[in-house]
Design a protein around this ligand. Sequence first.
Ligand SMILES: [Ca+2]
Length: 552
Amino acid sequence: MTSRFARAAAAGAALALSAGAFAACSSEPETTPDDVITIFAPQDGAQGQDLEDNAFTKLLEEKFDVDLQFETTTWDGTAAAEKRQISLASGDYPDAYMLIPWVDQFSSDELVKLGGQGVIVPLDDLIGEDTPNLTAAFEKEPGFKELATSPDGKIWGIPAWNDCYHCSYPSKLWMNSAWLDTLGLEQPTTPEELRTVLEAFKTQDPNGNGEADEIPLSAAGGSSLLSYLMNPYVYTAEMYANAEGVTPATLGTAGDEVVLQPTRDEWREGIAYVASLYEDGLIDEGAFTQNGEALNAKGNSAEGVILGSVAVMHPWFVTSDHEDGRYTQYDAVPPLTGPNGSDATYSGGGAGAAPGATFVITNRSSEAKQQKLMQILDYMVSYEGHLQGEYGIEGVNWDRPAEGDVALDETLEPNFKVISVPSGETLKNSWGPIAQFFSDAEFRNSQVTATDIYSPEGYERRLFEATKLYEGHESDELFPYWEVAVTGETATELATIQTNVENFAVQAAAEFVTGVRDIESDEDWAEFQQNLVDLGSERYVEIYQEAWDASK
Ligand SMILES: [Ca+2]
C-alpha cells in the first residue's frame, strides 16, 4: 500500500471509522486537507531517491508550508505508464502528477480527454502574476508555451522543456582518429570516401596486431546508422521508441506536402549504397540487431581496439579506464555530402520533447491546493529552484563557479558546477529530472565543464563541440513532427498505423541492406511498396498532412 493512501487515511481518521469512507472512493473522491498535497511521481531508489524523505521535498514543505505525500512509480516506462493509468481509472488519484517525459507522460490526446471529463483542471487562469517565473519562461522560449498549449487551445498541463543541444542532432558518426593517423587518411567527406576509409580499416590492420579483427563500422539498433548513411541521398530522421510509441521517422516533406520517404527513388538509392557497404563486409553484421550491451562489449574488448567507427548519438561505447587510451580516439565526422547535399538529422522542440505534459493538477485539488501547486511548479522553473530541484544541495551536489571555471558554451558566464557523488546517492537530495521543467539552452550550457574534451569531466564539451559540425545542416525536407498534434479518435487510429509502418520500415531497410530483400530487384521494390500500403501508409501520410495543415 502506498504511503500516500495510508497517510491520507490516517489524516481522515474520524471519517475512516465509517467503512463508507473507503467505499465512496469511486464516485466522490476523498481528499486530503489543504495543507497536505498528494503527488504521483516516478522515484529511482537505485540512485538513493526516497521522495518522502528527500532534501528537496523538505525544502518545498518548509518554503510553502505544506506536507507533500507521494504515490510513486518506477523509471521503467511501461510499468510507469501502466501504474498511472490504473491510478486514473481507480478514481483514487492524487492532487497532481509530476512525471519524467522520457519515462512516461500525458499525451496531448489524454490531456484533452481528461480535461473534457473534468479529471484535470485547466491551468490557464492559474498562470499569470502568481507564476512570474513560468510566465517569464513562456516569454523567453515561445516554443515552451506552444508545447504546453493543447490542440484545443487550453493549457491542461506543463511539459518539460529540455534544450539539449547535442541531442538535437542525434545521428552522428564517431570515427577512430588514431587509426586514420596510422593509415595516413583523412576523415571522409562523401559516401565513396567513407567506403575507402572503411576498406582501409578492414584490410590494413590499423590496430597493428597482425589480425583482420577490425570492425570498420558498427551501431546498436539500425536507425542511427541508417540516418547517418542515408542523409547524403534522402533526408532520413532517426526513429525513437518510448512508452508512448515511436516517432514518425519515415516522414519527410516536399514543400507543403508530407511525403513517405521510403517511397522515393532517392531512398532506394541510399539503401543501395548502404547495402553495397554491407556486401563488402564493411558494416558490422550485428549493427541492426545488437543492443547497447553488445556494442559496449566490442568497444571495451579486452583484445584491444577493434571498432573503426560507430553511428550513435555519443561515444558511450568506450569507457575511460583503458590503458591504450581508446576513450580519447573517437571523433565525430561531419555529415557526408552526396546527391542530396549534406543534411543532418535534426530533432527539434527541445530535443525529444513531445507535445503533452509532465505536470497536471486533478479535480481532487482544492483551489488553495491548486494555487500552492502552481507556486511549487513556478519555483522549480526559477533558476534557484531548478538548481536545487534537479541537482540537490549547494555545496554537496552542486557549487557556484570558481575562478577560472569555463561554461560548456564558452560565450556564456559559468553559473554552476555539479559535484560528483557516488552513483547510489545522485538523487538523494533532489527530484532529478522531475524538476527539469525549464532546461533552456542558457541553463544547460552555462554549466561548468572541463576544457579538456578528452577527459571524462570534459565529455559534455566534447559532445557540444562535435554537434557544431552538424548544426546548420538541417534539411529542407525535414518534417517537424514535434509541432504537430493529432487528437481524438484519429489519434487512436494513428497510433497503430504509426507503430506498424515505422517498425516495418526499419526492419525492411535492414533486410534490404543485409540482402534478405534485393534492393536492385524491381519486384522486391514493388513488394515493399505494397507492404507499406497494406500497413496503412497512405492513411498515415493523410493524417499527418491534415494535422500539419491545421497546426499552421
Ligand atoms: Ca588487426
